[in-house]
Design a protein around this ligand. Sequence first.
Ligand code: KIV
Ligand code: ZN
Length: 514
Amino acid sequence: MKDHLIIFDTTLRDGEQSPGASMTRDEKLRIAKALERLNVDIIEAGFPAASPGDFDAVQAVARGIKDSIVCGLSRALDNDIDRAGAALKDAQRARIHTFIATSPIHMQRKLNMTPAQVIEHAVRAVKRARQFTDDVEFSPEDAGRSEEDFLCRILEAVIDAGATTLNIPDTVGYSIPQQFGATIANLIERIPNSDKAIFSVHCHNDLGLAVANSLAAVMNGARQIECTINGLGERAGNASLEEVVMAVKTRQDVFTCQTRIDTREILTCSKLVSTITGFPVQPNKAIVGANAFAHEAGIHQDGILKSRETYEIMRAEDVGWTANRMVLGKHSGRNAFKNRMVELGFEFNSEEEINKTFMRFKQLADKKHEIFDEDLQALISETTVASEDEQIKLIALKVCSETGEIPTATVTLRFANKELTGCSEGGGVVDASLKAIEKIVQSNAVMALYSVNNITNGTDAQGEVSVRLEKDGRIVTGLGADTDIVIASAKAYINAINKLQIPDQRRHPQQATV
Ligand code: KIV
Ligand code: ZN
């Protein structure tokens, strides 16, 4: 029997810390359900003390998830731990994850504490967390730049205080695989009570080494990896769940452990996270990129036709890619539609929701002959975003573009319970449309990103547009999909503005650090 490698997903916590990736409570719950279907062992749902919005989201995930352990993050502070305990109260199985920084630079410049004070805080935090649950994780933040002797002292003390998992974060992505692996081996060997806890790692990707460092740690005794879908996370992100899981599965000849992940759910999960956050997946991304299993060179194609194993180390279908992705068409019925949506991980909350989404599907099928999984995924994200309190709705859009003439757009919106129309010129029809919308809503937000992605092939394909807006230090991402790229752009812009209308319940950065 091989050891169990625990997969701790932090898409909803560290992943959400990517600028522009903030998620609403309902979006988090939807992703949490997809993670549960993926069979992740632990879902870190958020940082309850950071804001009322974070608290609500963690509470909703704790109430809605049955099979995975639900975890809340907290600084090593009494109030943080109490908030995490309260948010997790209704979970079937709850974990509190508490952390404090241990590197000289963080202790001196950020915390202004002596090493002895840091140990005292850590021990107190773990003991307090144990009053809420027997499952307590402790992280020495910036462990990648901490002194090994000090790590040994603090980790021994927190195990004595009741910590059951010790997570070693490479917070700034500074480590190198061989050295990080050796650190894990040394800690396990040098800490006298190390057998009483599971060693975990949490690697950031600043040098592109997060997955390599995590796997090196596993080869040296770590039995939990913290990771995120699509590698989302602070700055360059975290170790990507799909890469870690498939590396361990594919190279069972070198790993002495295995995960319990249902890898066939990986692609669905990746797409859901991408559509909800508005962070597209690069085509050449391992496992989940559109080209991950595409063979272009003639010599490769020839080899694949003769024997798949010549160039393929994994089977595309094992991570959720399907050979025939044309699923539905104009004549498909409500039942076929509903079943496929459920297979793609969408949970309908009511008959009314089925009817509404089916109507959108029919409208799309009228414009587009063949409906692919990717089109249905876009419907899912549209339904997800449309379920928010939409204050602004697109009623009509007319554009005019002619060679030698300045493009113009006329837009009608329902805004503040009135129908308002705005017109504008622009560099192109997309620019003119967004300017016309802005004339009506006057958000004064700054556009930080505009990107278009063809959902499927062909000129009748839906375009999926992401718009990232920034206002008063807040960043939101809006999404829109349509066979008409101008309408998709308008929908994405309006979606982002609608998000800006919702009061910011998220943490303020200064509250998020110890
Ligand atoms: O990167 C980090 O150090 C963290 C900790 C809270 C584990 O995210
Ligand atoms: Zn992190």
